[in-house]
Design a binder for this molecule. Sequence first.
Ligand code: ADE
Length: 276
Amino acid sequence: MAPPEETTAAHAAAEAAAIEENLAAKTTGDQPISTIVIVVAMQTEALPLVAKFELSEDLDRSVFPKGVPWVRYHGTYKGLHINLVWPGKDAVLGVDSVGTVSASLLTYASIQAFKPDLIINAGTAGGFQAKGASIIDVYLASDVAFHDRRIPIPVIFDLYGIGARRTFSTPNLVKQLGIKVGKLSTGDSLDMCPQDESSITANDATLKDMEGAAVAYVADLLSVPTILIKAVTDIVDGPKPTAEEFMENVVAVSAALHYAVTEVVDFISGKSLSDL
Ligand code: ADE
């Protein structure tokens, strides 16, 4: 049943007031974090978090351009306004809209709409056993870079293509949670060609995903601190074919991911950026 119009209007007004209040407080990193955006790429990654934080789907969708498949869940958890967004299903093919293009657009639109204090990009990733990764491990990414934007024009178009950047530093969170820390390399392919492999090695990456560096790039453009939490579904330098291993593990690993994200959100609650 649709909610009465005045309830929807009151809800929208309360949300607009929360965004204004959040903007007014955003002068230093010392105020408690109020609004976060969690960006995920896949429905399987999103749903355990939606259940845990008791978020509701925004069926109105007016915060996003008309016609896009992007989905937003929102609610309040331990004093934090949480917006969890995922890019939805491709309109033609009906699969999750994974990859850097959708992730960038969604991150941009979500920052514009919700003015978050912090972005969390949560998702699954491939891991390199040579760097100590195992299936179901959860990492916080200390650095991100791209591995499939080859522009061999030195210097510095080549560096622009790689787009290496440090993520927001969270020493207290890392210490308290005892979470593993590693570098993340992002590209638009699930598999890995030899050129990508050399770039990933050059990026010194422990993890390989399809969104992280893109989310971090957009958030950096708009000066929003970002942390990335990645759970390992497949061992890139192991014997199993990546796609098979990913499909085998994605549901169980998404559950592990949601426990880790919950711990991170619990830690963030009541703290300021400078406490992290
Ligand atoms: N997501 C999960 N596993 C991945 C891999 N091996 N490469 C890119 N993205 C991934």
